[in-house]
Ligand binder design. Sequence first.
Ligand code: HEC
Length: 101
Amino acid sequence: MTMAVAMLAAGAGAPVLAAGNVQAGKTKSAACIACHGKRGISSNPDFPNIAGQSEHYLIKSLREFRSGERKDPSTSMNRIAAALSDADIADLSAYYASLRR
Ligand code: HEC
């Protein structure tokens, strides 16, 4: 998990304000599969489904986890989001929003 997040952070080269790239988000989602499932539908009820969620909400949630404004009681999301760049958040949000629920 730690390694996946490190790889995720290292892969962030896109300009900060670029619109999310679905394909890049799919690659970066490797770090999310363990909890949120292979295509954003979790098999574990402790983890929310994020496939098909609105892109705006996904971006907002990830930024709030990163800033600490939103706290995950398990702290997982705060830890994970801390390693995400704005481009990572945009790409991941575009990808999960593109999936069917
Ligand atoms: C170790 C398990 C774990 C991993 C890995 C993980 N998450 Fe989460 N995620 C959670 C949990 C638990 C919550 C629910 C937090 C809460 O109750 O606020 C959550 C919540 C979220 C939410 C908010 C969903 C909602 O309905 O409000 C988003 C968006 C999200 N995760 C995206 C991601 C992305 C993108 C990744 C990969 C970069 C990722 N998560 C990796 C456990 C994980």
